[in-house]
Design a protein around this ligand. Structure first.
Ligand code: CA
Length: 220
């Protein structure tokens, strides 16, 4: 897994960051604090966050899903891009990481936009479906355990409205998806998931080779 764009030289990567990333102070602070943690590579790259922010604004999104919160960067970047009445359902089961997330959401003044569910994400998504919230979300970001990607995707496809967007992270899996010498379960899950999306008539897709690979799936 990588939080820098794969296959770019250090200098080109630095150049892109210096000439395109316009990160607010609170995002920089969160990124720097997270960089000191053992799971630091799980944080999305700032240029990816910025792309997501732009997409959320293009969609006019007011209701989104964040599946796999970690220390909260993706929720924060989306919350900052949404209007005052925007709402995020954030799913994670890790109390320690989400405590960091909550602190930054508070500091950025967006905590009222984020509803954190500390539970397995599939349970939360099933609850939302049972509550009749299908077809009501504008945007969903999937970045949790890779072996459940297909399950998260299927739930998101129910919850997102037609014309809404599902963004799926780590679809290049450090390049291992294209290297047949890797046959571990997580690599196989992502490979099979990518193949499925390629053939899925319910969505239109684009695989953006930013960071560790981000697939955008527009629900038809
Ligand atoms: Ca990720």
């Amino acid at each position: 897994m990588s939080h820098k764009t794969l296959g770019l030289s250090e200098s080109l990567s630095s150049y892109i960051q210096s000439i395109s990333v316009q990160e607010s102070e609170v995002l920089v602070k969160l990124r720097e604090e997270t960089a000191k943690l053992p799971g630091a590579v799980m944080q999305i790259a700032p240029e990816q966050g910025q792309l997501m922010s732009l997409l959320v604004q293009l969609l006019g999104a007011k209701k989104t899903l964040d599946i796999g919160v970690f220390t909260g960067y993706s929720s924060l970047v989306v919350a900052l891009a949404m209007p005052e009445d925007g709402r995020i359902v954030a799913c994670d089961r890790d109390e320690n990481c989400t405590a960091i997330a909550s602190r930054y959401w508070q500091e950025a003044g967006v905590s009222q936009k984020i509803d954190l569910h500390l539970a397995p994400a599939l349970e939360t998504l099933d609850k939302l479906i049972a509550q009749g919230q299908a077809n009501s979300f504008d945007f969903a970001f999937i970045d949790a355990d890779k072996r459940n990607y297909d399950n998260y995707y299927e739930k998101c496809l129910q919850l997102v409205r037609p014309g809404g967007l599902i963004a799926i992270d780590n679809v290049l899996w450090s390049g291992r998806v294209a290297d047949p010498s890797y046959s571990d379960k997580r690599t196989i899950s992502i490979r099979e998931f990518n193949q499925k999306l390629y053939q899925d008539p319910r969505v239109k897709i684009s695989l953006i080779p930013i960071a560790d690979g981000l697939t955008l799936a527009l629900k038809l």
